[in-house]
Ligand binder design. Structure first.
Ligand code: TRP
Ligand code: ZN
Length: 882
C-alpha cells in the first residue's frame, strides 16, 4: 500500500534512467484470481545514465514469484524486493536479461489500474502508472521498448484475446481447454501504452484503406449482445482516420486497430497502441438509449483516442510534466475534427462554455496549476481541465499567432523530427519557432504560468479626426506558489462594427502590428489608434474567443445589442447576448439577496424576441446556445466571492421565468414548428433542431409551469428517441409534482436493465434544485442498480449532485458537504482516483459566503484528517486547504 506522504516530484529534477529496456516479452496467463505474468526484459546500461548504478524497478501491490538474471535464479543477496519496488544492487554493465514472474488477482483489483476484470472481461489500464501493478518495471514514459505479448486464457472464458500491435499467431494449449494469442508491436513505446484484453465480446468491423492504399482491419468490441450499438462509433473511427490523413497528413501504421468497450473505467478512454480501451459510455449508442450529446461525445472521444496514435504514441512524453504535449494537442485536434464534421461556431461556443466552467473555475481556486506543472505529488490528479482544455487553447493561440500555413509546417516538422521519441514541450515549440521564424520564448509563458489573465479594454472615438483609440491592458491574479505574474502573449482577434451593423475598415495608425484582424497584446498594456473610422464603432474583441482570458470592457447594453444583432463573428454574437444576460441575472441576484422585489430589464427579452423572429431558424444549434442562459456556476464565477448560491438560483430563475413569459407565444410556435419528422438521425442538423426545440420548451416551462408540464408529458410519452424522451424528463425534473414522479418511475421501468441509461436517471434526480434532493440521493445509493464500485454510477449520482446542483450541494446546513466527504472517505480505499476526482467539487469553496465556507472547510478538514488516505485524496484535500 502506498502511503499518504507521497514525495513531491519536480520537473527540474528530471534525469534519464540508468538503464534502458529495449524489448519486453510478456507471457500473461489469465486467471480470475491468480494470473501469472512472466516478463522477460532486455536491459542495458543507458549511455546517458550513471555507470554502475543500482537498478530500481517500480512495483505497486505486486507479488514476486521468481526472478532470474540471464536465465539464472537471482541469489537473495543480489536484490531486494517489496510490493512497490525491486532493486538489483549490482546489475551487469552490459546487455542482460531479467526474467520476472509475478502473480496478480484481477478480480480483487478495485482501483481499475493495472490488470482487472470488468463484467468478466479482462482488461488493463496503465496510464499513468498502472503497468507497475502488472510487473516490476521502469514505469516512466521515457523508457521505450518493443513489446511481444503472449496472452493465454481459458477458451470458454475468453475466446477473444487482444494485444498491442499486430496479431502474429494463435493456437490451443493441448489438453487444458486453454488457448493463446501472440501479438507483436513493432513501434517502441512506453509501458503506459501497453494493453491487453481477454473475454467474450461481440464485434463490429470493417476494412479501412489508408490514403496510401494499405488495408487496415478496424474493429470495435463490446459486451455480448451490444454490437448494434457500436456501429456509430465504428463510423466515427473511419471518419477520424480519413480526417487525420486529410488535415494533418497522418496515416495509420498497423494492420489492425481495435477498440474495446468496458463498463468499469476510471476515465473516458485510453489510447493504448493499436488497442484503445473505452468506457462503454463513449462507445454504445442507439436512438432509443443515447442522446444527441452522447453521439457527439462518442464521435469526439473516438477521434481523440485515435489521434493520439500520432500525438502521444508515435511521439510520446519525456516525463509526466509534459502531459499537455499529448493531451492539449490531441484535444485541439479532436475539437478541430468535430468543428469540421459539425458546426464550427457552435462547437467553439460549446468548448468555451466547458473551458470557462471547468478550467476557469480550477484556475480561480486552490488547485490552480500551469498547463505544464512544475511539480506534483500524484500525477493522476493532473489529468485536469488546465492540462487538457487550456492546453488545447494554447495550441489554438499558436495557430492564430503564426497563421495556418506556418502552423501546418510546424506540425509536419514535429512529426518528422520527434517521431519515435519521448519529447518535451520545448521540442514541440522549437518546431513552430523554426517553421514561422518567430521567437516564441515569451509565448512559452502560457505553459509555465497558472491563472486566467484579465484583459481590460477601454476606448475613445474622435469624430472630427475620425480616429478610434483602443487601450488594452492585461494582468494575471496570483495563484498558489506564483505570486508574481509576467505578461503573456495574447492574440486579440477584433473587428469594429458600425451602429447600423456594417463592418468598419480596420487600419491601425500607430505602427501597431495588426495581422489578419489580430492584435498581439504581449506587454502589460497596448494602445492602438485606428484611422479613417467613419462612425463611432462598437468594438468586437476576442472574436472566436481568440485567447483563454477574461475580458472586461464596459460596453453599454445598447452596444452589446448591436453586436448580438450584427457581429459577423457568431461567437461574439452569442457572447454579447450572454453578457447582457449575465448583467440582468447579477442584478436579480443582488435584489434576491437583499430581499427586494426582482424586476427584470425587458430589453433582453425584446432582443431575444427579435432574434427568434428573424434569425433563430437559420442555425438551430446556434439559436439553442443563445437561448441557454449563463449557468449558476457561471454566475458564481462572475460574482467571484461571498457567493450565496440560493440568491444566485433565485435571481437566475426569476430572469428565466420572465423571459419564458415574455416569449411564450413565440416559444410555443417554435416548439410546434420544430417537431420531429421521420426517423431519428444523429446528424448535426437534426441534433441542432432538437436542441433548439428543447431550449424553447425549457424556457416556456419556466414561464408557465402548467403549460410546460403538459407539453413535456406529451413529448415524454410520444418520444421515439432518447434525446426527446430525456429532454422532456429534464424539463419535468424542474417542475415539482406528480407528473415528474410518474415520468421518473416510467423511465426507470423502461430502462431498468440498462445501466448507462439509468445513469442519466441518477444524474437528473441528483440535480433537482429542491430541499428533498439530498435525501433522494441518499436513497438512490441503495438502489439495486447503483454501485460504489462502478465509476460511471458514482459520477452520475454523487458527481452530478456535487458538481451540478449548486443549491443542494451547497446547502446552508453543510449536509451536502458532509455527504460528499462521507462518500470520498468510503470510496478512497477502493478507488482513490475516482474519490479524488469527486473531492475536486470543493475547488471553489473559498468563494462562498462565510457560513458555507466554514462548513465546506470543516468537511474538507475531516477528509484530510482521515488516517490512511491514498496519495490521490491526500493531495487534493491538502492543496484545497492550503
Ligand atoms: N490518456 C487518456 C486520454 O485520452 C486519459 C486516461 C484514460 C487516463 N485513463 C486514464 C489517465 C487513467 C489517467 C488514468 O486522455
Ligand atoms: Zn487524451
Amino acid at each position: 500500500m502506498r502511503t499518504e506522504n507521497a514525495p513531491v516530484v519536480r520537473l527540474e529534477d528530471y534525469r534519464p534512467t540508468d538503464y534502458l529496456i529495449d524489448t519486453v516479452k510478456l507471457d500473461v496467463r489469465l486467471h480470475p484470481t491468480a494470473t501469472r505474468v512472466t516478463a522477460e526484459l532486455a536491459l542495458r546500461p543507458n549511455p546517458k545514465g550513471t555507470p554502475g548504478a543500482a537498478l530500481t524497478l517500480d512495483g505497486d501491490e505486486l507479488r514476486l514469484v521468481s526472478a532470474r538474471l540471464d536465465g539464472v535464479a537471482l541469489g537473495a543477496a543480489a536484490y531486494a524486493v517489496t510490493p512497490s519496488s525491486l532493486v538489483l544492487h549490482a546489475p551487469p554493465q552490459r546487455p542482460f536479461t531479467l526474467t520476472l514472474e509475478t502473480e496478480l488477482d484481477p478480480s480483487a483489483n478495485t482501483k481499475l489500474m493495472g490488470l482487472y476484470r470488468s463484467s468478466g472481461i479482462y482488461c488493463t489500464q496503465c496510464e499513468a502508472e498502472g503497468f507497475r501493478r502488472i510487473t516490476y518495471f521502469l514505469d516512466r514514459p521515457d523508457v521505450l521498448s518493443v513489446y511481444t505479448t503472449r496472452i493465454e486464457a481459458d477458451r470458454e472464458e475468453a475466446p477473444l484475446l487482444l494485444g498491442n500491435g499486430n496479431p502474429v499467431e494463435r493456437g490451443e494449449v493441448p489438453g487444458t481447454g486453454r488457448h493463446y494469442a501472440l501479438w507483436h508491436d513493432p513501434f517502441p513505446k512506453p509501458c503506459y501504452l501497453f494493453a491487453l484484453v481477454g473475454g467474450r465480446l461481440d464485434k463490429v468491423s470493417q476494412t479501412y484503406v489508408t490514403g496510401s492504399g494499405r488495408a487496415v482491419e478496424i474493429a470495435i468490441h463490446v459486451e455480448a449482445g451490444k454490437g448494434e450499438r457500436a456501429t456509430y462509433a465504428l463510423d466515427a473511427l473511419a471518419r477520424s482516420m480519413r480526417w487525420d490523413e486529410k488535415v494533418f497528413g497522418r496515416e495509420y501504421d498497423l494492420d489492425v486497430f481495435n477498440v474495446v468497450a468496458v463498463s468499469d473505467f476510471n476515465m473516458g478512454a485510453m489510447e493504448n497502441k493499436g488497442l484503445n480501451i473505452f468506457n462503454d459510455k463513449y462507445v454504445l449508442a442507439s436512438a432509443e438509449k443515447a442522446t444527441d450529446a452522447d453521439y457527439a461525445n462518442i464521435e469526439a472521444i473516438i477521434a481523440h483516442e485515435y489521434f493520439h496514435n500520432w500525438t502521444g504514441n508515435r511521439i510520446t512524453c519525456r516525463d509526466w510534466f509534459q502531459l499537455c504535449l499529448k493531451e492539449g494537442l490531441t484535444v485541439f485536434r479532436d475539437q478541430e475534427f468535430s468543428s469540421d464534421e459539425r458546426s464550427r461556431p457552435v462547437k467553439r461556443i460549446a468548448d468555451v462554455r466547458t473551458l470557462r466552467a471547468q478550467q476557469f473555475a480550477e484556475d480561480a481556486g486552490p488547485l490552480a496549476h500551469p498547463v505544464r506543472p512544475a511539480q506534483y505529488r500524484e500525477i493522476n490528479n493532473f489529468y485536469t481541465a488546465t492540462v487538457y482544455e487550456k492546453g488545447a487553447e494554447v495550441i489554438r493561440m499558436l495557430k492564430t499567432l503564426i497563421g495556418a500555413e506556418a502552423f501546418r509546417r510546424g506540425m509536419d516538422l514535429y512529426f518528422e523530427r520527434c517521431d519515435g521519441t519521448a519529447a518535451t514541450v520545448e521540442d514541440f515549440i522549437a518546431c513552430f519557432a523554426e517553421a514561422s521564424g518567430r521567437d516564441l520564448s515569451q509565448f512559452f509563458t502560457w505553459y509555465e504560468q497558472a491563472g486566467t489573465p484579465t484583459v481590460t479594454a477601454s476606448s475613445h472615438y474622435d469624430p472630427a479626426a475620425r480616429t478610434y483609440r483602443l487601450d488594452l491592458a492585461q494582468r494575471t491574479p496570483p495563484t498558489p506558489g506564483q505570486a508574481e505574474k509576467r505578461p503573456v502573449v495574447i492574440p486579440v482577434a477584433l473587428g469594429l462594427v458600425g451602429e447600423s451593423g456594417r463592418e468598419l475598415p480596420l487600419k491601425a495608425g500607430n505602427e501597431v502590428p495588426l495581422a489578419n484582424g489580430v492584435l498581439t497584446l504581449d506587454g502589460p498594456a497596448l494602445s492602438v489608434t485606428f484611422t479613417d473610422v467613419p462612425e463611432r464603432p462598437v468594438p468586437s474583441l476576442l472574436r472566436g474567443f481568440s485567447a483563454p482570458v477574461r475580458l472586461e470592457m464596459d460596453l453599454a447594453d445598447e452596444d452589446l445589442f448591436v453586436l448580438f444583432r450584427h457581429d459577423r463573428d457568431p461567437f461574439n454574437q452569442w457572447q454579447a447576448a450572454q453578457t447582457v444576460a449575465t448583467r440582468v441575472i447579477l442584478e436579480a441576484t443582488r435584489a434576491a439577496r437583499a430581499g427586494q422585489a426582482i424586476s427584470v430589464d425587458a430589453r433582453l427579452g425584446e432582443a431575444l424576441a427579435h432574434f427568434l423572429d428573424s434569425r433563430a431558424e437559420a442555425d438551430h444549434a446556434f439559436a439553442a446556445q443563445v437561448l441557454a442562459l449563463p449557468t449558476e456556476a457561471d454566475m458564481a464565477r462572475e460574482i467571484g466571492g461571498d457567493v450565496d448560491p440560493d440568491a444566485v438560483f433565485t435571481g437566475r430563475l426569476a430572469v428565466k421565468r420572465a423571459l419564458g413569459a415574455a416569449l411564450a407565444d413565440r416559444l410555443a410556435a417554435l416548439y410546434g414548428r420544430l417537431a420531429s419528422r421521420g426517423a431519428y438521425s444523429p446528424d448535426a442538423a437534426s441534433a441542432g433542431r432538437r436542441a433548439l426545440r428543447h431550449a424553447a420548451l425549457d424556457l416556456l416551462a419556466a414561464g408557465d409551469a402548467a403549460r410546460g408540464t403538459e407539453l413535456a408529458v406529451a413529448q415524454f410519452a410520444a418520444a421515439d428517441n432518447m434525446t426527446d424522451r430525456f429532454g422532456a424528463l429534464a424539463v419535468l425534473a424542474h417542475l415539482p409534482g406528480a407528473a415528474r414522479e410518474t415520468a421518473l418511475a416510467d423511465f426507470a421501468g423502461r430502462f431498468h436493465d440498462d445501466p448507462l441509461v439509468l445513469d442519466k436517471w441518477f444524474a437528473l434526480q441528483a440535480t433537482i434544485p429542491e430541499a428533498g434532493t439530498l435525501d433522494r440521493v441518499r436513497e438512490l445509493t441503495r438502489h439495486p442498480a447503483f454501485s460504489m464500485g462502478n465509476p460511471n454510477r458514482v459520477r452520475s449520482l454523487v458527481g452530478s449532485f456535487a458538481m451540478g446542483n449548486a443549491t443542494q450541494f451547497n446547502r446552508a446546513d453543510g449536509a451536502g458537504y458532509d455527504f460528499l466527504a462521507d462518500v470520498v472517505i468510503a470510496l478512497d480505499p477502493k478507488n482513490p482516483q475516482v474519490a479524488a476526482r469527486l473531492l475536486t467539487a470543493f475547488r471553489t469553496w473559498r468563494m462562498l459566503e462565510p457560513g458555507r465556507r466554514a462548513k465546506a472547510e470543516a468537511a474538507l478538514k475531516r477528509v484530510a484528517g482521515t488516517p490512511g488516505l491514498s496519495p490521490d485524496v491526500s493531495d487534493i484535500s491538502g492543496r484545497s486547504l492550503a
